[in-house]
Design a protein around this ligand. Structure first.
Ligand code: ACO
Length: 430
């Protein structure tokens, strides 16, 4: 007999054989477990999806205990060393690394689509001067939906591809426009003379120079950071992307929803929080007192940039980012917060509280320090996460739409509220 789970229902002694496939049982197989015809059948209760696979995927593999991350089978370390962000985006979307010709085509597509409709520019001008960069990004990405009504044809692979290229191409432009808007600087149009990340840096930082040059070390460092952030299987933002996409909403509003999830301080907003925390600590001498506060805070005060739902080991992305930091600082000068971060990490990794809970630095612990050294404002850090994650969201969205197992995402609940009761007229209520 194939692998199966034998379940004995203690309520009536009935025995059920539930097949095991790929290390899982199907939750729907439990529905047959009933005490009688009126019984709805057994469900699982899994708030926050702690032990529930919501899809089958061939995109990203993580072994959280060993600290392994692979895109389409390629170790993240090799991709970060040997490829560019656009190669990785192509890989996530198509399953294979591009040939030179394929990369050239893909690059020219992303260049062609990098401009924004002038009305989008006007739309962005409407934001307050102090609007949060993620608020601007989320709403502008959603607004793109109104500019590309063809995007609704989500079952047409060619239409889908067009929106995917548009989104990947336009994200840096939206991010950069948001930055310039807050400073009151004129928006800089994208240009075909730069790489994907080079273009983003130019749109952010170009002032009056006739011949703006992108620093190659910073350009490559940002490209590596983009590679590391491109996908991370079923995290909160990607789950939002799939959940919204499952209702056949268009990819712009789905991406806006995913970006909104990313915005939260427990997810992509954590790198912003790390900097705030490091500044608050202020000096190495104050670290022990801070750690003490975290430990006594019983989960209320957290060491931001530490811990992960999946990694119970060093986050492999954090390792690469730490190395990249040195290259960036050779150009920008050393960010003094790095010394506090390194010392904080050293102390935390020796502390029983963190060791026992397997809390290690995650991707956000060092990325903010690099971004700050590169001149990005703290509250724009999550934008630097959303731009590269767009390729991952879209690869996951495509996979969802092609998966015949998928339906509209709609979890169950355990209802514990009142049973039927009668409405009392308002004047008689107390
Ligand atoms: N600092 C202190 N204690 C922590 C931390 C932390 N950063 N993270 C978890 N813990 C503790 C919890 O208090 C809990 O302790 P307890 O068992 O005594 O109650 C235990 O470790 C388990 O934590 P959970 O919250 O149950 O773990 P979960 O998997 O739900 O949370 C999360 C993962 C949200 C990432 C959490 O570790 C956290 O809040 N980290 C800080 C925020 C952060 O860096 N987020 C970025 C994650 S990476 C990303 O999204 C890109």
């Amino acid at each position: 007999m194939a692998d199966h789970l034998s379940i004995t229902d203690s309520r009536n002694g009935k025995v059920y054989e539930v097949p095991i496939q790929d290390g899982t049982i199907k939750a729907m197989d439990l529905r047959q477990i009933k005490t009688g015809p009126e019984d709805f059948g057994l469900m699982t209760y899994d708030p926050a999806f702690m032990n529930t696979a919501s899809c089958k995927s061939t995109i990203t593999y993580i072994d959280g205990d060993k600290g392994i991350l692979r895109y389409r089978g390629y170790p993240i370390e090799q991709l970060a060393e040997k490829s560019s962000y656009l190669e990785v985006a192509y890989l996530l979307l198509n399953g294979e690394l591009p040939t030179e010709g394929q990369l050239k085509d893909f690059t020219s597509w992303t260049v062609r689509h990098s401009m924004l409709h002038e009305n989008i520019k006007k739309f962005m001008e409407g934001f307050n001067h102090d609007a949060h960069p993620m608020g601007m990004l989320v709403s502008t990405v959603a607004a793109l939906s109104t500019f590309y009504p063809d995007a609704k044809q989500i079952h047409d692979p060619d239409v889908r591809r067009r929106q995917i290229y548009r989104l990947i191409a336009k994200m840096p432009t939206i991010g950069a426009y948001g930055y310039r808007h807050r400073l009151g600087l004129p928006y800089v149009y994208p240009s075909e003379e730069f790489s994907y990340t080079g273009n983003f840096l130019a749109m952010m930082y170009k002032r009056l120079e006739k011949d703006y040059k992108v620093n190659p070390v910073l350009e490559r460092a940002l490209d590596i950071l983009f590679i590391l952030h491109a996908d991370h299987e079923q995290n909160c933002g990607t789950n939002a992307m799939r959940s919204i996409g499952s209702s056949y909403a268009d990819p712009y509003v789905s991406c806006a929803g995913a970006a909104a999830a990313l915005y939260g301080p427990l997810h992509g907003g954590a790198n912003e929080q790390v900097l705030t925390m490091l500044r608050e600590i202020g000096s190495k001498e104050k670290i022990p007192a801070f750690i003490k506060d975290v430990k006594e805070g019983h989960g209320e005060k957290r060491l931001m940039g530490f811990g992960h739902r999946v990694y119970k080991n060093y986050d492999p992305r954090a390792k690469i980012i730490k190395q990249t930091a040195e290259q960036v600082f050779s150009v920008t000068g050393r960010n003094p917060l790095l010394d506090i971060a390194i010392e904080l990490e050293r102390i935390a990794l020796e502390d029983e509280y963190f060791v026992k809970r397997k809390l290690y630095p995650n991707v956000d612990f060092y990325s903010g320090i690099i971004y700050q050294a590169m001149g990005f404002p703290t509250d724009a850090f999550t934008v630097l996460f959303a731009i590269p994650r767009t390729s991952g969201w879209l690869a996951q969205w495509e996979e969802l739409l092609q998966d015949s197992d998928q339906k509209i995402a709609r979890p169950r609940q355990i209802y514990l509220g009142h049973q039927t009761r009668d409405v009392v007229p308002i004047g008689q209520r107390h």
